[in-house]
Design a protein around this ligand. Structure first.
Ligand code: HPA
Length: 268
């Protein structure tokens, strides 16, 4: 299935050779509209699912950003949509086969750290997998990565520093912290958010971790960026809604796009 998907895509993109992959989270997909040279709807790609979340378009977009060839996922697959965890990470394996060396994984998240404000951007320094599963369960594909991969540095330290430097030079304030993934689709209860805080999380969300595990396993350098869209349940007294999440992502999107473009410029 993986080979079929890769062949299908290669036939469409010809000699385009992406070096960088980007997963665009809820409300952050606009970057792909700006640099859309070739797009392929997920529904056409063998082995891809259809993404069902509003605010997610559901296509693979190829374009050149600041001189680098990039493949962007405009929308991703979530575990809570009912896809198997293997389907959630399938596109990451495809991008690996397409030749990417670095991936920027983005998401919308709830702020657990009380210093975070809606529309803040957070550079992910580490994660807590609280999804109750792992995308590497099952037969190991030794050609991609080892059976028991080290997860000490999923988020590449040099790249974390690079993102921080780019933020400084562009006047974009960046938070830094630990992202904890739960399955969703219900938002957390205040008690769950309290637990997240106690065990060291700064933000909670429903994605990214499966993709980051697989990318790291496959030897891809990972950058993770969360858009803090709301204070997580109980951190503030305001109720949560997906619309508010999309609104906050909208407020952040110009800063987000500038950051990503400048980071790409600096990537080797
Ligand atoms: N929790 C989990 N996922 C989220 C949140 C949240 O508060 N906000 C945006 N995505």
């Amino acid at each position: 299935m993986l080979d079929n998907a890769v062949k299908f895509i290669c036939d469409k993109i010809g000699d385009f050779k992406p070096q960088i992959g980007i997963v665009l989270g809820s409300g952050l997909g606009e970057l792909a509209d700006e640099y859309n040279t070739i797009s392929i709807p997920y529904s056409e790609i063998p082995g891809f699912e259809i993404s069902t979340v509003s605010g997610h378009k559901g296509q693979l977009v190829f374009g050149e950003i600041n001189g680098k060839q990039v493949v962007m996922m405009q929308g991703r697959f979530h575990f809570y949509e009912g896809h198997s965890i293997q389907k959630v990470v399938f596109p990451i394996k495809v991008m690996k086969k397409l030749g990417i060396k670095t991936i920027i994984i983005t998401n919308a998240a709830g702020g657990v750290n009380p210093n975070f404000r809606p529309s803040d951007l957070m550079v992910i320094t580490d994660h807590i997998n609280f999804m109750g599963t792992n995308p590497l369960i099952g037969l190991n594909d030794d050609s991609m990565g080892e059976r028991f991969p080290d997860m000490s540095e999923v988020y590449n330290p040099e790249l974390i520093e690079l993102v921080q430097k780019v933020g400084d030079s562009c006047g974009i304030d960046l938070q830094e912290g630990i992202y904890m993934a739960l399955t969703g689709p219900s938002y957390e209860t205040p008690a769950e958010v309290h637990m997240a805080k106690v065990i060291g999380a700064d933000a909670v969300g429903m994605s990214t971790v499966p993709e980051a595990i697989v990318a790291s396993w496959a030897g891809i350098k990972v950058i993770g960026i969360s858009c803090i869209c709301n204070s997580a349940a109980g951190v503030s007294t305001v109720g949560l809604s997906h619309n508010d999440v999309i609104k906050a992502a909208n407020t952040a999107k110009n800063r987000f796009k500038t950051l990503i473009k400048e980071v790409i410029k600096k990537l080797k």
